[in-house]
Design a protein around this ligand. Structure first.
Ligand SMILES: [Zn+2]
Length: 182
């Protein structure tokens, strides 16, 4: 029987040797740093995640630990176009390989596509989930399509007054013709 794992205290070597799997759903606001990023009223947004570990064999026959992480969460942010609240759909789908030390990670990081993490007997998966979600938050959050049209701006009377007179496309056309004729 495989051991029972805690997402906050994972023994990575054991977790991947047993091809361990963990899934969870928890309040976004339980993540301290994510809660700071959330704007406006949050209707109990949930972070859904699943982690699947596996063990592969390295070039020297040594066991190599992998973790595949998938996360989905909604983050309420103020849209920078219409200033209404927008639900940002954040998704993470990433593979991590564990190495022995920070220095190995630094050397290998540029040579591989996967992300590298340092092996630990007490790995905090929730912290990784939070780190990954924080990186997915757009720097300029915006609706894909804003719910309100931006009519308000063009209907604003001061906008028309700026030019001092109303736009007369035909009058302008006539003027152009006159210019050409002269
Ligand atoms: Zn918007």
């Amino acid at each position: 029987m495989s051991p029972i794992y805690s997402a906050k205290h994972l023994d990575i070597a054991s977790f991947s040797a047993h091809a361990g799997q963990l899934t969870g759903a928890q309040d976004l606001l339980d993540f301290e740093r994510l809660a700071l990023e959330a704007q406006g009223d949050v209707e109990q947004p949930q972070v859904h995640w699943s982690a699947q570990a596996s063990q592969k064999t390295g070039v020297a026959g040594e066991p190599v630990c992998w973790l595949h992480l998938q996360v989905q969460a909604c983050m309420p942010k103020v849209c920078q176009r219409c200033l209404e609240l927008a639900q940002m759909d954040l998704r993470v789908n990433r593979a991590f390989r564990f190495v022995e030390s920070e220095s190995i990670a630094e050397v290998q990081d540029e040579q591989c596509d996967e992300d590298l993490l340092v092996l630990s007997h007490d790995f905090n998966l929730l912290e990784l989930i939070e780190d990954e979600l924080l990186m997915e938050i757009p720097s300029i959050p915006m609706h894909e399509a804003c719910p309100k049209s931006l009519k308000m701006v063009t209907q604003d009377s001061s906008f028309a007054d700026l030019s001092g007179e109303k736009h007369h496309p035909f009058a302008q056309l006539a003027r152009l013709k006159d210019d050409k004729a002269s």
